[in-house]
Design a protein around this ligand. Structure first.
Ligand SMILES: NC(=O)c1ccc[n+]([C@@H]2O[C@H](COP(=O)([O-])OP(=O)(O)OC[C@H]3O[C@@H](n4cnc5c(N)ncnc54)[C@H](OP(=O)(O)O)[C@@H]3O)[C@@H](O)[C@H]2O)c1
Length: 308
């Protein structure tokens, strides 16, 4: 799944087939706004800094109207240069729907598909990973992560074995709450995964204390989950204006403000906001182009969020 190129004909088909085409001019896509990329330390392979989450948002019934929106979202994501989609067998129907829709649109190879293993049993874990391969209709999955560090020591032996056999390209570990950071630190040191995925946002900066510096020191790629704290932050920010100085780093909305703050941390490889609104997706993707805040500006940004 290394190829991020979508042919012009394929793109035109996608744009024509989606409502997304209504607000993204083909010219803009064809010119390709230059995306900010980050290298995966283990290999040097580059990923765009804005990815896509799928918990709740993509848990829809196959063939439903909601699934059509998901198809539109995946097409728009690829059309705007997106690559990494994060999912899990724990997200209801999301993994199946993503695998199915990406395959039908001919986009599986344009994506970097990240899923998880989530069980406390070796054989069940292996069966779950086989199912993920079937759902993605592929022979190799880009990344499988141990979801919430569940049964991490046993599941990592399976992931390392699958990586050695070429059935996955990268191994990973995830958690999304502060209470998991101590165990994440231990697991990073013991298992040396290719990726970790952790919660980090302007509302929750704890990962910057130990996890992000450790990942940087050990040359581990970092995915960031819950960048909007699950979304509630937008109610708090409603009616508040984005500061005018944010334009200095090409930021015009609160979503871009929150995302640019995250991806300007030097340890971060890619952030995975979730949405099922095409306009929000386009907004989030805009955080992956243009300038990023420098360290001093990051502090200024953080000062606005004290007490959140
Ligand atoms: N343990 C784990 O491994 C773990 C745990 C948590 C999350 N994750 C991963 O991380 C992903 C992201 O975390 P999350 O889903 O908890 O929450 P999130 O990305 O922090 O927030 C999602 C919410 O933000 C809203 N939103 C998105 N873009 C917006 C925009 N531009 N403007 C206004 N509202 C916007 C969405 O509503 P709309 O749909 O209306 O846009 C949605 O309700 C998950 O989907 C999952 O893939 C992993």
């Amino acid at each position: 799944m290394l190829n991020n190129k979508v042919s012009r004909r394929q793109a035109a088909k996608l744009i024509g087939a989606t409502a997304a085409g209504a607000f993204l001019p083909v010219g803009l896509w064809a010119a390709g706004p230059s995306r900010i990329l980050r290298a995966i330390p283990a290999t040097g392979e580059k990923l765009p800094v804005i990815g896509l989450g799928s918990a709740l948002t993509f848990d829809v019934r196959s063939g439903s109207a909601a699934a059509k929106v998901v198809a539109e979202m995946i097409a728009l994501f690829v059309q705007q240069g997106g690559k990494l989609i994060d999912t899990s067998p724990a997200y209801g129907n999301a993994e199946s729907v993503i695998g199915d829709l990406a395959y039908k649109a001919g986009l599986t190879k344009s994506l970097f598909l990240a899923t998880k293993v989530w069980t406390r049993d070796k054989l069940q874990g292996l069966a779950q990973m086989e199912k993920s391969l079937q759902r993605f209709r592929t022979r190799t999955i880009d990344l499988i992560q141990v979801h919430n560090l569940s049964d991490v020591d046993r599941q990592m032996t399976s992931l390392n074995d699958w990586k050695a056999k070429g059935r996955i390209r990268y191994t990973g570990l995830t958690h999304s709450e502060r209470k998991g950071h101590g165990e994440m630190e231990r697991a990073i040191r013991v298992h040396k995964p290719d990726f970790i995925q952790i919660n980090y946002s302007l509302m929750d900066r704890a990962a910057a204390q130990r996890i992000l510096p450790l990942a940087r020191e050990m040359r581990i790629a970092v995915l960031i989950n819950r960048p909007f704290g699950g979304g509630g932050i937008f109610q708090i920010l409603a009616g508040k204006k984005v500061p005018a100085w944010a334009a200095e780093f090409d930021c015009h909305t609160w979503a871009q403000f929150l995302l640019k703050w995250i991806v300007s941390h030097p340890a971060v490889t890619c952030v995975i906001p979730a949405t099922n609104d095409p306009k929000h997706l386009a907004d989030n993707m805009s955080a992956g182009v243009g300038r990023l805040p420098d360290p001093k500006t990051r502090e200024r940004m953080a000062a606005l969020f004290v007490g959140f």
